[in-house]
Design a protein. Structure first.
Length: 113
């Protein structure tokens, strides 16, 4: 079982790819690995490596802090429990559902770099 940070990274990469409609096959091609290897990372079987994160950061054009979660980019301080994941605010200020239907905290992309 992967640690909390590895799970946060997997969730953030998965969420960003889903929003941009980037398939596991597309991401695998960029990373030079199989679709199954990407799937293993999304399912918390295998952790992303630092080299993977560098390629993902470049491909997705997001700061590494976004991939690692806001908790690290903000020095680990948070005003609520749980990992801080990428999310977006919907019309009316409601936050969008996460991959398992849970509501995810908001990451401000303009401040996460």
């Amino acid at each position: 079982m992967l640690g909390e940070l590895s799970r946060v990274v997997a969730d953030n990469v998965r969420l960003i790819c889903a929003r941009r409609r980037i398939s596991q096959v597309d991401l695998a091609a960029v990373l030079g690995m199989s679709k199954m290897s990407v799937s293993d990372r999304f399912r918390y079987i295998t952790p992303w490596t630092l080299d993977d994160l560098a390629l993902i950061r470049e491909y997705l054009d997001v700061p590494v802090a976004v991939l690692l979660g806001e908790a690290l980019s903000m020095g680990g301080e948070t005003d609520h429990a749980g990992p801080l994941l990428v999310s977006e605010t919907r019309k009316g200020g409601r936050r969008g559902p996460g991959p398992m239907g849970q509501t995810l905290p908001l990451v401000n992309f303009s401040e996460a770099g």
